[in-house]
Design a protein around this ligand. Structure first.
Ligand code: BYC
Length: 470
């Protein structure tokens, strides 16, 4: 197992010290990253002492060290999972051949594009969340937000390392561009749509970490299968960090549901207006937030029928998550049936892999919903949370721009426009949620709209002062 060298300016387990050119290039990029962090990272908390975990080894057990750090002093670095000896390509037309340690010329621009797209999401999410500290529901949540933010910053480092180490001058230019595009910027937006949506309240944050970070899990798992071994190793380690981000989303939403149910029991009513008047998020509003963030995240898998996905798989660049669970790893003979607005269609399986991935993603999303619905059922209420149809509110793929209701039925344009504010958060829903967002920073105290977590971080009590503000 390789350990991480923290004595260097850029902590790493890739022997950076033996490649002076690369080390210098990355040391040149480092101050640009830090400037970006100061400028567009969490606003107004740069001098706070935050209880954060830092990677100390890339081994799955006990890789983290916990301690108090000021965020700008976080040791962002380059950590790759250990190599698998004599790793072979696990899918596509070159299956069984040795994995690549360098980028084959013919795949250079496609691989660079995939790495840039992945890299672009990381700083984007930090930008989207930069004002949330001002309205944190507790110090515990504030710390989790910052943990997510510093790790997304590290994921940017992970992609920038690949760009610098394997893509020469183009890669260095792309690394600069990753800091030049900004979430929501009219002239230089982030690449993927979801990463330009504002995350301006904590309900959105929990939905984002539940739904959008879960897309991250699926994309990283599929890149972890890549024949390009440095990308595979990088993504494998990123996945161990990603798990905490989804935990923040899942437990955050479970705590919102728990508190809402307590209020519903106290007032003896399900009526959204009365739940709101009692200071909690009514389940109808929560459903609308789920519809918004789930449908936006569904676009992140790309079109249902995609020649990009076919080429990426056939060429060994991007596999399916957990590729070994499948029998057929070449997919030249199989097909896939799907519903399009024009009717059912059967397409070569290779062209339908975005849809295959979207389907397994949705199954994973269902797990949280089942859990929250059990909470609601146990509390004796009839309401059930659901996931929207994959056809609802799509801007990419076969269903893009079509008037489809959350159940997946094509409806008239008039009906769609009339009902949309009942399906996703309206201006007044957002205003209500924003009205709940008041900063709570007394150790152990929670905002009234969210239940406390079951336990604290790293065996510490919930009352621990996870962020020391100055
Ligand atoms: N928005 O054949 P198509 C994460 C573009 S999240 C805008 O439909 P393809 C994280 C596409 O780029 C994971 N554009 O799809 C989470 C292409 O454009 P070009 C991020 C979109 O290529 C939370 C065109 O449409 N990682 O890590 O098979 C916090 C036709 O493409 C969108 C990745 O995405 C969209 N939603 O698949 C922090 C992995 N969808 O190239 C982090 C890398 C598609 O013709 N990316 N387009 O100009 C990929 O694997 C693929 O680019 C996609 C699209 C899966 C995104």
């Amino acid at each position: 197992m390789s350990s991480i060298n923290y004595s260097e300016k850029i902590p790493n387990n890739v022997n950076l010290v033996n490649d002076r050119t690369l080390q210098r290039a990355l040391e040149h990029w480092q101050p640009h990253f830090l400037q970006w962090w100061q400028h567009l990272g969490p606003r107004d908390f740069q001098s706070a002492d935050v209880y954060l975990r830092t990677a100390i080894s890339v081994d799955a057990q006990g890789w983290a060290h916990y301690g108090t750090v000021k965020m700008p002093d976080y040791r962002w670095g380059i950590f790759l999972a250990d190599p698998v000896a004599e790793r072979k390509i696990g899918f596509g037309d070159q299956m069984g051949q040795p994995a690549w340690q360098q980028v084959p010329g013919e795949y250079r621009s496609t691989l660079r594009r995939l790495i840039v797209t992945q890299g672009d999401t990381e700083p984007a999410s930090v930008e989207q969340q930069r004002l949330l500290g001002h309205t944190c529901p507790s110090l515990y949540d504030l710390r989790n937000l910052f943990q997510v933010n510093v790790e997304e910053g590290r994921h940017l480092w992970a992609m920038v390392y690949l760009l610098h180490a394997y893509f020469g001058r183009d890669g260095r230019e792309e690394a600069e561009e990753l800091l030049a595009r900004h979430s929501g910027d009219a002239d230089k937006p982030r690449i993927l749509t979801t990463f330009n949506e504002p995350v301006s309240d904590w309900l959105s944050f929990y939905c984002f970490t539940y739904f959008t970070d879960r897309d991250g899990k699926y994309q990283l798992k599929s890149l972890a299968e890549s024949a390009f071994d440095p990308l595979s190793r990088t993504c494998r380690f990123m996945l161990t960090e990603e798990a905490h981000h989804m935990f923040v989303g899942e437990t955050g939403l479970a705590r919102v549901v728990k508190r809402t149910l307590e209020v519903m029991k106290e007032i003896g009513a399900e009526d959204p207006a009365r739940v709101r008047a009692a200071g909690a998020v009514d389940l109808t509003t929560l459903q609308k937030y789920i519809n918004f963030w789930c449908s936006s995240s569904l676009d992140l898998f790309g079109s249902e029928i995609s020649s990009n996905s076919a080429a990426n798989f056939a060429n060994g660049l991007k596999g399916r998550p957990d590729e070994t669970q499948y029998q057929d790893h070449v997919l030249r003979e199989s097909s896939f049936s799907l519903e399009t607005p024009e009717g059912p269609q059967t397409v070569p399986m290779l062209n339908a892999l975005n849809e295959v991935m979207r389907e397994s993603y949705l199954k994973d999303c269902e797990i949280g919903l089942k859990r929250w619905n059990r909470q609601i059922e146990r509390a004796g209420f009839a309401f059930r949370l659901t996931l929207p149809s994959t056809r609802f509110r799509r801007t990419i793929g076969a269903w893009a721009g079509l008037p489809v209701d959350p159940k997946g039925n094509l409806v008239s344009k008039e009906l769609y426009e009339k009902n949309l504010p009942g399906w996703i958060p309206s201006e007044s829903d957002r205003a209500f949620v924003h009205s709940l967002m008041k900063k709570v920073v007394e150790p152990g105290k929670m905002a009234a709209w969210i239940a406390p977590p079951d336990r604290g971080i790293n065996n510490l009590p919930v009352e621990y002062e996870y962020v020391k503000l100055h």
